[in-house]
Ligand binder design. Structure first.
Ligand code: SF4
Ligand code: MG
Length: 331
């Protein structure tokens, strides 16, 4: 349904002398119909930029975006409208993403207005239907966003995203601004919607547990590139890339903590900075398995022997897999 092909996004940083910073450094990713792709990585790894590129809210410096067989890379303005209708977004902070001076009714009719869809007498029932679909059936639609809780607002934002019956929703950290008790409800709502509607998702999160729960396929990003990609069960069960291993070990489940083999892989070195990308493997200054070659040669993202995943590391999967074995087991 959606293909990102060799996407690069360069920003010009003005502070401290003009220079180009690559926020996304050549990412290829496909999302199938009804599929959920989870994009995970630390803040600053380029995942939000990639989301905005996929939604065509910003333009790529290089690469192609293909939606349902059509190259939409060069489409702008009105030419993007038919695509926008089918590709919707949910953001981290629902209060910021919903206009706080508009009533809930106005917020939910806006997508129809934008796309010139006149529902007439069917509009109010449609708004009711959308709200009840996201578990907000008794909402007073004359209220304003600040009168609702974060969890309720995220439900309303999801209702708005569903209004035009999109084929895909890109959700950037949809739960991370919410209370932990509410996060699971929103995740379950997204899963419920998918079962009902066969929608595709790109879900972006720094939280591997959220991603592991919702995604069919996971892509792990580091400093603007994907360093490991594969079926969610495989990645969560036995992470191969040293960075994925470190991420998973840093977020242990209760069961993991009880496992005698559990130990956290502590990332050393500076946090990643797109203005200062290391030579060779961009993860090498923090990698617990780094060796000489890693400092000089950037490892390509290549398929595993069984073709099941992609991994960018000089070490053979057998070597790293053995190191990561306990992590998957501990979960
Ligand atoms: Fe670590 Fe080297 Fe693999 Fe990079 S290529 S992840 S530095 S072992
Ligand atoms: Mg972000």
């Amino acid at each position: 349904l959606l293909t990102l092909d060799g996407i690069v996004k360069t920003f010009t940083q003005k502070r401290g002398g003009k220079r180009d910073v690559q926020a996304v450094a050549g990412v290829s990713l496909t999302v199938g119909r009804g599929e959920t792709v989870g994009l995970v990585g630390e803040s600053g790894c380029g995942k939000s930029t990639l989301a905005r590129l996929a939604l065509k809210l910003i333009e790529p410096t290089a690469g192609r975006i293909v939606f349902d067989g059509e190259d939409i890379t060069a489409r702008h303005g009105r030419a993007m409208l038919p695509v926008r209708r089918r590709m919707q977004a949910v953001f981290q902070d629902p209060l910021a993403s919903l206009n706080s001076r508009m009533t809930i009714a106005e917020i939910l009719r806006e997508p129809f207005d934008t796309h010139g869809i006149k529902l007439g007498a069917a509009l109010q029932p449609r708004i009711r239907e959308l709200l009840s679909f996201v578990g907000m059936e008794n909402t007073d639609t004359t209220k304003l966003p600040p009168q609702f809780s974060g969890g309720q607002l995220q439900r309303i934002a999801i209702a708005r995203a569903l209004a035009l019956e999109p084929d895909i929703i890109v959700a950037d950290e949809p739960t991370s601004a919410l209370d932990p008790s509410i996060q699971a409800q929103i995740v379950n709502l997204l899963l419920f919607i998918q079962r009902q509607r066969q929608i595709s998702y790109v879900i972006i999160s720094h939280d591997l547990d959220v991603i592991g729960h919702v995604a069919d396929r996971i892509a792990v990003m580091y400093l603007g590139t994907i360093i490991e990609q594969g079926p969610a069960a495989a990645i969560m069960g036995s992470p191969w890339h040293p960075y994925t291993q470190a991420l998973l070990s840093a977020a242990p489940t209760l069961a993991a903590r009880r496992n005698p083999e559990w130990k956290r892989i502590v990332l050393t070195g500076d946090p990643p900075n797109p203005a200062n990308v290391p030579t060779g493997c961009r993860f090498h200054p923090r990698c617990h398995l780094a060796r000489d070659v890693c400092r000089q040669v950037e490892p390509p993202l290549r398929p595993s022997e069984d073709g099941g995943r992609l991994i960018a590391c000089h070490l053979a999967p057998e070597e790293t897999a053995e190191k990561g074995r306990w992590i998957g087991q501990a979960r």
